[in-house]
Design a protein around this ligand. Structure first.
Ligand SMILES: Nc1nc2c(ncn2[C@@H]2O[C@H](COP(=O)(O)OP(=O)(O)OP(=O)(O)O)[C@@H](O)[C@H]2O)c(=O)[nH]1
Ligand SMILES: [Mg+2]
Length: 331
């Protein structure tokens, strides 16, 4: 099978972002195709309709993933028959809504089970209590999908829609437009690393990176993906990296000393180097087990704050009538 990068946009957020994506027709880029999956037609553009799968019987999930589960839990096969996976796959979805989070998780679980490599690009949100709760719940769904259903790793890069200036250092966070740009940047980098057009980096190396259990015997889990062009940044995660792919400008390029369980290096091919005039940065792509101790803890803190506020609001909203006046209509 020829190399094909398939990019799935699931739910409103996934569709919005993936419809903006264009991979340049440049050396080092793979062929690619898009697929759009949702429970509603609200976000699909006319020109993308040919690649659109609409879950039968639904008109959106109104922010409630259980709705989508009821209609779509057995539809992963059908979706993948209609929207065939590539040799490498990217699944983009929002974690806080009702549709994309579940559809994206179903596709990710099914691909992992079949041994087809995929990376989830998932956008969390803590704008409200429900969005925070949805984000936490779906992360846990993805974890179960990996450990219990697929029994294979699911790699996920996490993004966060936020307007707060102080964001955790590990998160690709910011307002929506900025997050969209970051997601698209990540897709371009994944495309370059997984194009099968690099020297010494082939399909099997990418498969080993995703399905790290084969070369390392480590157990499957939901793993956090880090994509960076900075050696020092990668080094911050040095004790947490499970598998690492490094795409380097030359055989002399420095790679930070990291004792990952699996590591493979490749080199941009001559055409890419010529096109860039020799000015090209390395790309490091790592799976790590940093996610539980970092973002899950942060999300839980956020949720606790919402709960406290909700309790105060609820207490302040209670109407207290004088016990002596048992007539509620007394004026
Ligand atoms: N960065 C970014 N975030 C978005 C975008 N659209 C929606 N979101 C976020 O994604 C989350 C989920 O929203 P949607 O993806 O629209 O929800 P859905 O999956 O379509 O589910 P339902 O509409 O409830 O059926 C929300 O928290 C939004 O903040 C987008 O274009 N870019
Ligand atoms: Mg929607």
């Amino acid at each position: 099978m020829d190399t094909l990068l398939k990019v799935y946009g699931c739910g409103g957020c996934g569709i919005n972002i993936v419809s903006k994506l264009t991979l340049p027709d440049a050396p080092g880029m793979p062929d690619y195709a898009k697929a759009f999956i949702d429970t509603s037609e609200a976000n699909i553009r006319e020109e993308d309709r040919d690649d659109f799968f609409l879950v039968p019987g639904m008109r959106g999930a109104g922010g409630v993933p259980k709705e989508t589960h009821a209609f779509a839990h057995d539809k992963a096969d059908m979706i993948l028959r209609e929207s065939k996976p590539g040799t490498m796959n990217i699944i983009v979805f929002g974690l806080a809504g009702g549709s994309g989070c579940l559809l994206g998780s179903l596709i990710a679980g099914e691909l992992a089970k079949r041994g087809v490599p995929a990376i989830c690009l998932a956008v969390g949100s803590t704008d409200s209590k429900r969005e925070t709760q949805n984000t936490i719940n779906i992360l846990s769904t993805l974890e179960r999908m990996s450990v219990k259903y697929a029994k294979a790793p699911i790699p996920m890069k996490y993004f966060l829609n936020t307007y707060v200036k102080e964001t955790p250092p590990y998160a690709a966070a910011g307002p929506r437009d900025l997050v969209d740009e970051k997601v698209i940047e990540s897709i371009l980098k994944i495309a370059l690393v997984c194009s099968e057009k690099n020297e010494e980096l082939d399909r099997q190396d990418v498969n080993n990176w995703v399905f790290y259990g084969t070369p390392t015997e480590l157990p499957p889990q939901l793993v956090d993906v880090i994509i960076t062009q900075s050696g020092p940044k990668l080094h911050q995660f040095r004790d947490k990296i499970i598998s690492l792919l490094s795409l380097l400008p030359s055989r002399e390029s420095e790679v930070p000393a990291i004792r990952s369980a699996y590591s493979k290096k490749g080199y941009y091919n001559e055409d890419v180097m010529n096109e860039s005039g020799g000015e090209i940065e390395p790309i490091f792509m790592a799976t790590t087990h940093a996610y539980r101790e970092t973002r899950l803890a942060d999300l839980q803190d956020e949720l606790n704050e919402y709960t406290q506020v909700a309790e105060k609001l609820s207490a302040a909203s209670e109407a207290n009538f004088d016990d002596d006046s048992d007539d509620p209509f007394v004026l």
